[in-house]
Design a protein around this ligand. Structure first.
Ligand code: TYD
Length: 139
């Protein structure tokens, strides 16, 4: 999926079922996100000042949510970049394949919840930025 751009990525306003007992946000594969969910992982206990990500995926779709706290996600398609500060549990950032992402500015106690379209595959990662630009046909 080398022809994608950051315009194919978007914030998805997830449902929020408000309740004085606490709020609830459901996410159903194929309905609230445009893919079937095969994997869930979460990132937590990120030390202040640390950054994560710094890679792209060839086939993987992801929805990234700040389940708690906040962090920034910078998306890059090799031509353009866009940053999102995620700080609400009812917004998900859809990241399509072929997009480089950098994650930083994690607040203390931040929990990044990721819903993914595929099982974990190391071969799906592009971890070298020059290789990413070549993959996108830019270099
Ligand atoms: P990585 O995706 O590089 O983390 P991040 O993008 O958040 O910085 O993954 C870090 C390590 O965890 C790497 O060795 C691969 C492993 N890992 C799994 O085994 N399964 C998974 O589902 C994920 C996301 C990572």
């Amino acid at each position: 999926m080398e022809h994608t751009t950051i315009k194919d990525c978007k914030l998805i306003d997830l449902r929020k079922i408000s309740d004085p007992r606490g709020n609830l946000t459901p996410i159903e594969g194929g309905k609230d996100v445009p893919f079937d969910i095969k994997r869930v992982y979460y990132l937590y206990d990120v030390p202040g000042g640390e950054s994560r990500g710094a890679h792209a995926h060839k086939q993987l779709y992801q929805l990234i949510i700040a389940a708690s706290g906040s962090f920034s996600v910078t998306l890059d398609d090799g031509m353009n970049k866009k940053s999102f500060n995620l700080n609400r549990s009812y917004y998900g950032l859809l990241i399509v394949p072929g997009i480089w992402r950098d994650l930083d500015d994690f607040s203390s106690g931040a929990v990044l919840l990721c819903l993914a379209s595929e099982h974990y595959e190391a071969e799906d990662y592009i971890r070298d930025y020059d290789e990413f630009l070549k993959y996108k046909g830019i270099k």
